[in-house]
Design a protein around this ligand. Structure first.
Ligand SMILES: [Zn+2]
Ligand SMILES: [Zn+2]
Length: 1019
């Protein structure tokens, strides 16, 4: 006997019961342990931050991770998997700053780094309970008890080890370069962090500035005689364009394209010089072209700076490589010059590019190459320095004042605004500034070829990421700016001598402790700031004191180190890692990690172990709201995972994520679709299951008795064929990391199982002609449901367990305790019958089209029809149709199937036609009196059956049926008496006024009024 199944199931409650069962029986642990000694499948968990509530997109990632791993376990793999938590970096620090009401680093320093970091540490797991609850509730099986944390001393020590390896290979250096800098957070960001914070439609100034050409007698000028003509009388200006006015005080050169033509324009009062090709864009209609000269002739021309560099409290120096000028000369010379630049664009601007070597990578290089002045009038908080009116303001806020100043001096030609894409800090949304400053780099460009070669070994899902998003990222690799001028992070294990400036990198606690003169160590051990800042030792070269360089590390370096750092490698688990864990078979995160975790994993692994550390990666799309808008607190359109799970259950949410679109595509989250899946798929499955259990219990069906299988009908053989085909397809799709395809095939199967197999087999279960046929039907449906439970287990772990526990465990006590410990089904190719499959598919199509044309003609399915005409394209299709004609007759309630070759198809009068694709179906719309009477008999049967249910009779109860009506009704009931009795389990039909204990209803149909009554018979 099976446990009775409630057809009005509450899925969330059912799931809670399953979770309790798993917990009580340690099913997760057992499912891993039972595969010990089998081939290992390695999965890496990308660590999330637990200092915020988990969102719906976390459910997406966790469901995808889970399905692949569960599948592998069922395929026989040993898959231990531990969770992990990201704990360091700006996301944590900013949260604490917000709590404390801080707006920058000065306040943190005043507050004290020790106390600040203590708070960071405490806040890291603020939402741990929520994370653990959700993880359990959605059945993401991962070991959270032994989860790694990037802030653990063991973890930090492994990261130090990694840095030391790179240090020894000469891959770590401190560089003075232009780097993206967040002025609020006061730190450099890496290129992958920058790539996460671009905002479209950022409004910025778009201004055209006039730079006054210096008097002609300057000795550097190689100008042509043509140009000299215009540099005597009226003032002449070089016109340049910029979107960052705040960089203008740092201007020390203008660049032109030597090959392009430049126009000298006369505006009456003045001459303007700009690229000829761009005149139309800038709108120089009022100016007359006096002359055109090549850019090369402008090179060397001198102009006056817009602002006096001496009025800034600035770092001002001159690149020494080529200039050879003394510092005094640099101080005195207050003109700048025009240089040649291959980078000058003829697509936008004026063809004259403003160069500020402190604020742009190209500018910095141009400075080095041309020996330009270096003027940096902005501090690290992003404020202008010096004595101009805009001093002390944040750069973006000083833009208008700078422009006002230029305008008052007649140097602003035109001022507009543009919308463009600009990078913002990914954590605090402050616009990033590009500064020249000291930063620690990992020389990833040295291994660029290896990064690209390694990517060739990785399978990306979707595939286009490989050479697209990820491949491009690798092609454009720049060195990894991995130091952060912050507090809560893995301290950089580099010490610097206060006397000789010598550097030493430390790769372990032990190594540090063995340094000569080692001091400042505190117990209990904490490898964070400020404790590590206090650790000093003696310089090996000069005997000076070595102090730690103050920076901490990019938190993406932490997470990218998880393959080895989670195991405290190489200090522990060395053999295990080297042999078994060095490369993951599978990882999965969202698309934004292409430049985050996916990159840092790949870069670190290539740097340390010369190869990629993952073989297969599923890259998930963003989850937006139903209208395609980003979910955000301010928009108020965030979908809380619990709200969906408590209403529909976790299974259906998982299913939605797997099947709504392929991995990698954007998901527009729609609760309506979740509800729709519940109705269309989950409830259909559930109804088949509850139907089976209901009848199996009535018939005391025992699945462990194997007799009767030999008498399978064609219908049985067909669904078993479809089932084996399904097993093959689902297995193949999951093996190819494609849950979407697998899920859609399962949906299609459940649909035909319910709407064809069960519907057409229904009567076999309650009044089969033979016991053997009934048993065959039970065996077949049982096999379908049990196989489905196993196929569904990785997708819908709850409903699969529910089915398995009820259908399998009582009958087969020796079977695995849980569906998640069962083996994945294996397709039996011998049971796949392609011809039968094609036949039934045609029958299904013809029937559905036939029903459609009936409904168009307004003829109910209960009304028998003389014939259905089906147009076929080939004799093969005709034969197929003959083989399934009997099923079509029943389905469409017609007396004959007429096959018509498409070539001789003619629309006949009195017929109604419907076509779908290449298939054509027609039915006669006129009815003979005989057919009408038969239709009436069927209507009566339908009503009696409904009344049986309304009266509360059991399905197997025998009844007496009474009726009262006109002559026509009496005739129908007499003519079709046997049929009515059989269909309604009536022992007798009587024309009588019903007495006591009879359930009655009145009807009116086709102009005839009648009364029906049903009464249960004594057994
Ligand atoms: Zn920031
Ligand atoms: Zn020294």
């Amino acid at each position: 006997m099976f446990q009775p199944v409630n057809s009005r199931v509450n899925f969330p409650q059912m799931e809670d019961r399953v979770i309790a069962f798993w917990k009580e029986n340690n099913i997760f642990e057992k499912s891993i342990k039972s595969r010990e000694g089998r081939p290992r499948f390695v999965f890496y968990e990308g660590p999330p931050f637990a200092n915020g509530n988990p969102g719906i997109h976390h459910v997406l990632a966790r469901a995808y991770k889970d399905i692949i791993v569960r599948y592998r376990v069922m395929k026989g793999c040993y898959v231990p998997r531990i969770g992990g938590w990201d704990t360091h970096g700006l996301p944590v620090e900013l949260e604490i700053e917000k709590q404390l009401g801080f707006s920058g680093k000065e306040q943190i320093e005043q507050y004290g780094v020790e106390e600040f970091n203590k708070r960071c540490r405490e806040s890291v797991f603020k939402y741990l309970k929520e994370w653990n609850n959700l993880t359990e509730r959605i059945a993401y099986w991962v070991d959270l008890e032994h989860a790694y944390k990037t802030m653990d001393n063991t973890y930090v020590e492994s990261v130090w080890w990694a840095i030391k390896q790179m240090w020894d290979k000469g891959l770590i250096y401190q560089g003075y370069r232009v780097t993206p800098h967040c002025p609020r957070c006061g730190t450099t960001l890496s290129s992958h962090e920058v790539s996460q914070g671009y905002k479209d439609d950022t409004e910025d100034p778009s201004v055209y500035i006039k730079f006054k050409v210096a008097p002609v007698e300057s000795r550097d000028c190689r100008k042509s005689s043509e140009l000299v003509k215009y540099l005597g009388g009226k003032p002449a200006y070089l016109l340049a364009w910029t979107t960052t006015p705040w960089t203008l005080p740092g201007n020390t050169a203008l660049a032109v394209s030597p090959a392009a033509d430049y126009a000298v324009l006369d505006g009456g009062e003045e001459y303007l010089i700009m690229a000829d090709a761009l005149r139309g864009r800038v709108g120089m209609e009022k100016y007359t072209v006096m002359s055109k000269i090549p850019g090369s002739e402008l090179v060397g021309l001198k102009y006056e700076p817009l602002f006096n560099p001496h009025r800034f409290a600035v770092e001002r120096r001159r690149f020494q490589r080529q200039s050879g000028l003394s510092a005094q000369q640099a101080q005195d010379d207050l003109t700048y010059k025009v240089i040649a630049g291959a980078f000058v664009s003829m697509e936008e601007g004026t063809g004259i590019v403003h160069i500020a070597p402190a604020y742009g990578e190209i500018d910095y290089q141009a400075g080095e190459e041309n020996g330009l002045d270096f003027v940096h009038p902005v501090d690290l908080q992003g404020r202008m320095t010096g004595s101009y009116p805009f001093a002390g303001r944040f750069v973006k806020a000083s833009d208008p004042l700078i422009l006002q100043d230029l305008k008052s001096r007649g140097l602003l030609y035109k001022s507009e605004t543009i919308k463009h894409t600009y990078p913002f800090c990914w954590r605090c949304s402050t616009p990033l500034l590009y500064y020249a400053k000291q930063t620690w780099y990992i020389r990833t460009t040295a291994i660029k070829d290896a990064l690209i070669a390694g990517n060739k070994e990785i399978n990306w899902y979707p595939e286009h990421i490989k050479n697209g998003r990820f491949g491009n990222w690798l092609e454009n690799n720049v060195d990894w700016a991995f130091s952060r001028e912050r507090y809560w992070g893995t301290p950089l294990p580099i010490w610097r001598c206060g006397k000789c400036g010598g550097l030493e990198c430390v790769g372990s606690i032990d190594e540090l402790k063995r340094k000569p003169g080692f001091t400042g160590w505190k117990e209990p051990l904490d490898l964070h700031r400020p404790y590590m800042d206090d650790v000093t030792f003696t310089c090996g070269k000069c005997g000076g004191q070595m102090k730690r360089t103050p920076e901490v590390m990019d938190c993406w370096f932490d997470s990218g180190s998880m393959p080895f750092a989670q195991l405290h490698y190489p200090f522990e688990n060395k053999e295990l890692f080297d042999k078994a864990i060095k490369q993951a078979d599978f990882i999965c995160e969202a698309m934004d990690q292409t430049r985050g975790w996916f990159y840092s994993l790949h870069a670190i692994s290539t740097l340390l172990f010369n190869g990629p550390c993952y073989r297969n990666v599923i890259c998930l799309g963003l989850v937006l709201d139903a209208r395609g808008e980003k979910m955000s607190k301010t928009r108020g359109n965030i979908v809380e995972p619990w709200q969906i799970i408590n209403k529909y259950g976790a299974d259906v949410l998982r299913w939605y994520f797997f099947t709504t679109t392929s991995a990698g595509n954007v998901i527009r989250f729609s609760e309506d679709q979740v509800a729709e899946i519940t109705r269309r798929f989950l409830l259909t499955l559930w109804n088949v299951y509850s139907f089976f259990v209901l009848y199996a219990n009535i018939d005391k069906y025992n699945p462990s008795e194997k007799s009767g299988v030999a008498t399978q009908s064609e219908l049985d053989r067909w669904i078993i064929s479809e089932l084996n085909q399904l097993v093959m397809d689902v297995d193949k799709a999951l093996d190819s990391y494609d849950p979407t395809d697998a899920g859609r095939r399962l949906e299609a199967f459940v649909d035909v199982l319910s709407n064809w197999y069960v519907r057409r087999s229904r009567r076999r279960f309650w009044k089969s002609e033979s016991d053997a046929d009934k048993l065959a039907a039970y065996h077949t449906l049982y096999e379908c449901l049990v196989t489905l439970a196993k196929l569904l287990a990785p997708f819908m772990p709850f409903v699969a367990e529910e089915l398995y526990q009820n259908l399998v465990r009582p009958a087969f006590p020796e079977a695995p305790v849980s569906v998640h410990m069962a083996d994945f089904p294996v397709a039996d190719m011998a049971r796949i019958d392609r011809r039968l499959s094609e036949d039934i598919r045609l029958a299904v199509r013809v029937s559905s089209l036939g029903r459609a044309v009936r409904s168009e003609a307004g003829i109910k399915v209960r009304q028998p029809l003389a014939a259905v005409l089906v147009g076929v394209r080939s004799s093969r299709e005709g034969e197929s149709l003959h083989r399934v004609a009997a099923q079509i007759l029943e389905e469409l309630n017609v007396k004959e199937v007429v096959v018509v070759a498409e070539a001789s198809w003619q629309d006949k009068p009195g017929y109604r036609v419907s076509a779908e694709g290449d298939l054509k179906v027609a039915i006669p719309t006129e009815l003979s009196p005989e057919l009408q009477a038969e239709g009436m008999a069927r209507e009566m049967v339908h009503r009696i059956q409904t009344m049986r249910r309304s009266a509360g009779f059991e399905i197997a109860d025998y009844i007496t049926t009474c009726y009262q009506g006109d002559e026509y009704i009496n005739k129908v009931m007499t003519d079709f008496a046997e049929y009515v009795k059989q269909e309604t389990l009536s022992r007798q039909l009587v024309t009588a006024v019903p007495g006591l204990g009879v359930y009655t209803e009145k009807f009116k149909l086709g102009g005839h009024e009648f009364l029906l009554g049903v009464k249960k018979e004594a057994i």
